[in-house]
Design a protein. Sequence first.
Length: 973
Amino acid sequence: MEVGDNISGFTLESKKWISDIQSTSMIFKHNKSGAKLVYLQNDDENKVFSISFRTPVNDNTGVNHIIEHSVLCGSKDYPVKDPFLIMTKQSLSTFLNAFTGPDFTMYPVASKNDKDFNNLMSVYLDAVFCPNIIKDPKILKQEGWHYEVNSKTGELNYNGIVYNEMKGSYSSPQVLLSNTINQSLFNDNSYKFESGGNPDNIPDLTYEKFIKTYQKYYVPSNSSIYLYGKLDIYNSLKFMNDKYLSKAKKVNVDSKIKLENKYMKKVEKTALYPVAKTASTSNMTYLSANYLIDKIPSAQDVLGFQILQEILLNTKSSSLRKTLHDNGIGANVYASFNPSTLQPTFSIIATNANESQKHQFKNLVDDALKQVVKDGFDKETVNSVLSALELSLRTQNSDANRGMNYMLTALNSWNYDINPTEYLEITPSLKKIKSQLNDKYFEKLVQKYLLDNEHNSLVVLKPSSGLNEIKEEVLKKKLAVYKKSLSQTQLTSIKKDTEELKKWQGTVDTKEKLSKLPTLTRKDIKLKEEEIPTIEKIEQGTKVLSHPIFTNGISYYNLYFDSSNVPQNKVLYLKLLASILGNVNTQKYNPMQISNKMMKYTGGMVFNSTAFRSNASSDEYAPKISICASSLNSTLPEALDLLSEIMNHSVFNDKPRMKALIKTLRVNYESMFVNQGNTLAINRTLSYLSNSGKYKDLNSIPYYDFICDLDDNYESRFDEMVTNLSDVSNIVFNKKGLVVSYTGDEKNYEKFIYNFNKFKETINDKKFTKQIYKFDFSNKNEAFVIPSQVQYVVKAGNFTKSGYTYNGHMKVLENILNSDYLWKELRVKGGAYGGSINFTKDEILFYSYRDPNLKETLDTFEGVVKFLKEFSADDKEMTNYIIGTIGNMDYLKGPYVKGILGDNMYFSGTTQKDIQKIRDEVLATKASDIRELAGLLDVVIKQNLHCVVGSETKINNNKNLFDKIIVPIKKPK
């Protein structure tokens, strides 16, 4: 295929090899429709397709976000209500989703199976070009918003999937900060609006505006099509041309993003974010200095800014970071560069500051930037960041999901009519940057785009106690007034619309409609489970797990230290130890030097306190301190020397440093409770069931309470803390019980072992007594109140103690419930953003995500038993469920993930034979096997164990469901 060739209506406009991504880039233009297409040709079996549309917005109704959801609800060729859901449960896809960006909407799919890939591409193309939304307004009501009259209270409410998703999103200060930054920098174009939708404005969206927006942007002339991997490009081009593009006319779509006019004065903007009524508002303000890059930067400068954010603020050796910390501004400071808009933005952010510090913050930032331009950046820091970047380039070519990553990078330029490969070619830009280091390249970036940039802003995001409750009350009154203004006829019409919507949601697609969806057969399924190579060896008395896998010259190594010898009253110090290692002084290095060496010699070094559950029982587990790292083979000696220094010679008695770290840990956990309420609820519920669940939950609420106690009583607890950290470190970092894992090229194994054995000589070999931990299981059915407008509802139970045994049928049941019953009841009817069921070897876990409901969701979980008793499926339907299950099992695994999975198998006592047995049982599952699991679910549900994280109002309205209601976030003393 040569430049200028015409293939099925497409003209090949350019073709070139891109070494950085080991791919040949082919850029096409469809002659008749004007559609753009890029194909990255390589030998990757994981093929990717996406179609994107440039979709600027002019309000906060979230119209593009709602369209993204809605076009996947049936189309001309596939007239079922939810082809997205059906393909999810009967496909071998490795990715199947859609994204709404600030100015684009993207529909990507991926699969290793050729037939499956073509099926998915067909469904998605029909969805975007021929959706059912044109003729069915109920789709907007379901996916976007609709009025609903509460049958019990008679109150008028809003409901809808995107509406509830964004209510959850708007509880996050990070989301609100990002929105406020955009509002402060953009006044003339679409970026001042929330593309996802503001829940206050989503109900302003009309069906007419919804359809008009779709018809304007969803045309081939406004599309960008991406293909990647080892695929038949001729067949793909022919299909797209013959089926869709040849029937379209080239039209001029007004979707070009307008450049923001340059401000001539600085802007200051203040906004609020919600915190619980009981939470402190002191030192909880976000301060952000923001800059608009006033022209589209070159590929070199985009890469330059990505490096600049690291050397300027995101490394411990940053002078700006030190300046802000020394002046007591923010528990955490960081820089953020966003290249995903026409004009990128750059922000310097301090969290957990005071509003009164805003002008001091801005002045310190300006002074520090001037100083760094005058004195220059620390050369060691710059070189370390560049070394880390070069290692990441090598890593990306063995990343299992690289096709998706390249897709998103390509769109960062392509969406603005710049060559899609512009930002994929990193090496040329990196060479230019290196050649200009002596000419103060980074200092000039700071001077030109930050110091001399008049288009900048100062954003202050302040906490507001009970803000969500206030907004709920305002909305409640607004809807009550609106309801009062309605005539009886209008109110009856709303009730009728709701009934019709629920009736439509409850109808089942006919077999005739279902048969139109493309499917696979059992012949398309791989019968054998992929084997992860694990060779167990003993090297000078230490167990080594070797995973000989191609890693492009990178060594991944994990060290698992036995922590079961730590006394129970000191177990919480394990998490603290893991959190501070690498962030405190050692005998040789300060944190800045450690950070630079870590970037120079490793691809990262992660310390964690964890536990491996036994395959036999969740009451059996192996507590560990794990250290996960990676290095080029050439830097292994330096990397292991650094690790030895951190492990053996960290200094815990630096009083100011330890105080700052503990304060940061406290803040991070409080943010996690709000942003990841589902994680809190899941861990807590599992703690009701088993010893391993209890141990894992120690890293959640108990650890947060422990950190708060240290923070509030720092002076009196300091000496005790230092002693305990030293004791725990001495116990854990021990040769006895150490297991090491190596993932990499087989030829480099001996070099790794040679360096590891030298490293091991620095570790002590003392003998300690194994501890038996005892836990209190009296707590159950708790509710945790967070500043949120939605809930995270979890229910769980153990089935092995009632005589049941885990098997592969349960994996098929997961797929059936997740893609059928729970999807329809929680998301489609209930309006939750998501929900799921998961089986472990002896436990079942139900959960919902960003859910407007609480009691209704628990009732839905209980309804599973009835659904299973009445379950029926013919051979074709069971085949589809099985195919989807295998697709879930065969997810993408890169070298690092494979190594981790191999380690998990070893510690849990799982064999390849065990995994193959489950796969065989999946393949043999019949409808009767699913029905027989109703008894197991009934046993679990009757255990009546649940936990909810959510809003104060909803929890208090259902307080009879809980033994205890807790506000987890504490006010500092």
